[in-house]
Design a protein around this ligand. Structure first.
Ligand code: PGA
Length: 246
């Protein structure tokens, strides 16, 4: 059975004391049957690992080398050494603002898996692509060019997050039917590439303006296994309310 997951992407938000408070508060109430993962900025990862009772901890980014002259970057090996268990790859903000290509994301996936970190791989189309009806092709290319080189064994350490770019931070959410349609499509691609059982066991999260009001409807869909939450993850009460929406 695949896991239900609610993950909070804090992005470049919160100062030192606000981060401590949020780490404490998302661990203050016991949530059953849902894996909670938080993705704080690098600065607070060590603290998050050391103060987490129920939350798992992930990084928002990494550089695909173990060490060396890469000023300002953080390696999967370094993340693993402080107890980080997950890393985001392919978030639309890094694709568009930092210009990360599918090929570069593939190298991050490889570097993370070879350091025993789990990958939360983000994919999704922009507004113009949705309007011209090519969203399935876009997502298929993203998966094929960054993930589908993996062995079936390595793919067990991948979580997919479908995040339509037009829904991120905009207050516009994909309808639960739009989300379900894409999630079912992604699962069918995984089944074709690997096997029915790997497809059934892969958690596919929805991201993009998910909040306590719409989470229940989204999570009621068969192929929606949870959410990758941005804005609503910055307050413990809304993050935990989303986790209780299954
Ligand atoms: P949002 O962000 O929930 O603020 O739309 C989601 C994300 O970027 O992962």
């Amino acid at each position: 059975m695949r896991k239900k997951i609610v993950a909070g992407n804090w992005k470049m938000n919160l100062n030192d004391s606000e981060a401590s408070e949020l780490i404490q508060n998302v661990n203050a109430e016991k949530i059953n049957d849902v894996e909670l993962i938080i993705f704080p900025p690098f600065l607070y990862l060590d603290r998050a690992v050391n103060n987490s009772i129920q939350t798992k901890v992930g990084a928002q980014n990494c550089y695909p080398e173990n060490s060396g002259a890469f000023t300002g970057e953080i390696s999967p090996e370094q993340l693993q050494s402080v107890g980080v268990e997950f890393c985001l790859v392919g978030h639309s903000e890094r694709r568009s603002i930092l210009g990360e290509s599918n090929a570069f994301l593939k190298s991050k996936v490889n570097a993370l898996l070879s350091n025993q970190l789990q990958v939360v791989f983000c994919c999704g189309e922009v507004k113009e692509e949705r309007e011209s009806g090519v969203q399935n092709q876009i997502v298929k290319n993203q998966l094929e060019e960054s993930l589908f080189h993996l062995s079936e064994e390595d793919f067990q350490n991948v979580i997919v997050a479908y995040e339509p770019v037009w829904a991120i931070g905009t207050g516009l959410t994909a309808s639960s039917d739009q989300a379900e349609e894409m999630h079912a499509f992604i699962r069918s691609l995984i089944a074709q590439k690997y096997s029915e059982s790997t497809a059934e066991n892969t958690s596919i999260l929805y991201g993009g303006s998910c909040n306590p009001t719409n989470a229940q409807e989204l999570f009621s869909k068969e192929n929606v296994d949870g959410g990758l939450i941005g804005g609503a993850a910055l307050k413990a009460d809304s993050f935990l309310a989303i986790a209780k929406s299954f």
